[in-house]
Design a protein around this ligand. Structure first.
Ligand SMILES: *[C@@H]1O[C@H](CO)[C@@H](O)[C@H](O)[C@H]1NC(C)=O
Length: 220
């Protein structure tokens, strides 16, 4: 009797131990990057755009692996003949795509007060300029000025993963590894990812800033 109790106790402890050790593995959902291959980015794959009349270092810094982008509502566009809103952005270059399944990944930080601004986008579409804009309005992330994607993002780092399946015409957005938003794209075109700050058509704060680190590109 005593021996069988001890046996059960030992088996129970072994089971608890196994579950504790494998807890993370058993409970974690699939990662957005599962099944993707990283496309290595070099410095010249990061092309910067900023108001044409100010030096880069007055709108951008790159320290300890984090890129900071900022812009003012009344800043000039990125080139003199453009009628677009002001921006300080990095355009991923050298890997424009028009088919396949691509993924952007980065960790973003938006300081409180920054509002009315696109922080990451897919440029290009069959019609129109963009396939996706993720904007911050009052600390929340929206699809353009429409659907709510995520809330309460001010003053913290959050992980952004965007999967663009061109063949299926589908874009999926993950925040902190959680699928938050799925939308139809705008048809194939010369497609590429951008991040930073690009003032929205309206409702922009005077000062807009986002910081990015760990920017990665993947494909399947
Ligand atoms: C933009 O501002 C207008 C006018 O104040 C307001 O009605 C609208 O809800 C704002 N839009 C967003 C996305 O915050």
């Amino acid at each position: 009797m005593k021996a069988s109790v001890d046996y059960n106790t030992i088996m129970w402890l072994l089971l608890v131990g196994f579950l504790l050790i494998h807890h993370d593995h058993l409970c974690s959902a699939a990662d957005p990057t599962d099944g993707f291959t990283q496309v290595l980015l070099a410095q010249d794959n990061f092309k910067l755009q900023k108001p044409y009349n100010v030096p880069l270092q007055e709108r951008y810094s790159y320290k300890d692996g984090a890129r900071s982008f900022w812009v003012y509502d009344k800043d000039k566009p990125f080139k003199p003949d453009s009628t677009t809103r002001p921006r300080t952005e990095v355009r991923i270059t050298g890997h424009d795509y028009s088919s396949g399944i691509w993924q952007f990944e980065g960790y973003a930080f938006v300081p409180k007060g920054t509002s009315g601004v696109t922080i990451v986008q897919i440029h290009g579409a069959a019609e129109g300029a963009t396939s996706l804009q993720l904007r911050i309005y009052n600390g929340d992330m929206r699809y353009y000025k429409y659907n709510l994607v995520a809330t309460n993002l001010y003053d913290k780092w959050f992980r952004v993963n965007i999967i663009h399946n061109v063949g299926k015409g589908k874009i999926t957005v993950f925040i902190d590894g959680v699928k938050k938003f799925v939308v139809k794209d705008q048809g194939p075109g010369d497609l590429y990812f951008k991040c930073g700050v690009y003032a929205a058509p309206a409702n922009s704060s005077n000062y807009m800033e986002s910081r990015w680190k760990g920017i990665k590109l993947y494909k399947k």
